[in-house]
Design a protein around this ligand. Sequence first.
Ligand SMILES: Nc1nc2c(ncn2[C@@H]2O[C@H](COP(=O)(O)OP(=O)(O)OP(=O)(O)O)[C@@H](O)[C@H]2O)c(=O)[nH]1
Ligand SMILES: [Zn+2]
Length: 359
Amino acid sequence: MVFNLKGLGWNSTFNKFIKEKNLQDIIPGRISSQNGKHYKVITKDGEQSAILSNSYFRSISNKSGIPTVGDWVGLKVNEEINISHILFILPRKNKLSRKVAGKKSEEQIIATNIDIVFIFTSVDQDFNIRRLERYLSMVYEINAQPIIILNKIDKCKNLEKYINDTKRVFQNVPIIPISAKTGENIEKVTKYIKFGKTIVLIGSSGVGKSTLINRLLGYSRQAVGEIRNTDGKGRHITSSRELIMLPEGGIIIDNPGIRELQLWSSGEGISKTFQDIEELSLLCKFRDCAHEMEPGCAVKKAIEDGNLSIKRLNSYKKLIREYKYSQLRRNIYEQRKKDKELGKMYRQVHKIRKLMGKK
Ligand SMILES: Nc1nc2c(ncn2[C@@H]2O[C@H](COP(=O)(O)OP(=O)(O)OP(=O)(O)O)[C@@H](O)[C@H]2O)c(=O)[nH]1
Ligand SMILES: [Zn+2]
């Protein structure tokens, strides 16, 4: 199968990079899936297997240097063993990241080179404005276009309420109520799917992301899965991200089974998500007003007047706290890493000095 690179998301910025660096003899490709060290990469000639070249692997200094689904990479094909080597990553337009699950303060890249993010929820117990705010700030953070999808409208009795609640909080974001199952309103979704544009789906497990993708594809796709272990109860499969080209044009990155989505943020995404609160803050008497007990607090006043909900303010404060805390932990983490590297260097110098007979 021959692919049109533009349809895969290739653009003039990537082209310019290749020309400037004189890399015309490499083969550009886009990573469609990753399973540990093994990659699938789509090039103009179709999908192929790839691994990192030794020299690139050695040059990686931190996790964000590891190629991820959505990345454009430069390949050298080794026809003898039928596997390509990834030589480098082309500069990313953006990357959607989260903090790794658990206590560690590390960035985990979910996907890269993204134009649109479908923020998915279902209109049932999954629906949670606060979670949508969290997702939205991640999308704003990377300058992608957010679209909120309210799925499973076929089994919802009070849809109007869900729609109104969502609209009230997210006035500047398109909101599309759909049923991925019956196909209702799907045309409102496809309107946003464009040739060469990359869409990422985020949302809790079970909200219907795969169901929508299957509908867009026109067939049931088998989720790519990494088999973790086999026991008497059957095989446990943890599915992973995959980049899929849609038949009508457009590229979708599935993002299955997210349980925990903690911000990896510079704070900008939060500001844009809570622009109303940030604007009010400018009117507070004190510049560093925490909107708690301070006199002349415009934010508190807005709550008293019924123009802002206390829940939204608390959500904002929570995300800011989380962001500041992660910032702190990130600094500590970076410092420790530096200390470790420095320690290693000292030990090496010490060894050399010893070999040279010096103290
Ligand atoms: N009633 C109804 N059920 C739906 C709809 N969309 C999906 N479902 C059902 O919801 C369940 C979960 O759907 P999936 O598409 O697997 O959800 P997902 O978001 O991909 O979940 P993960 O892969 O775990 O992230 C399945 O049983 C679907 O049949 C819908 O529009 N209406
Ligand atoms: Zn205030």
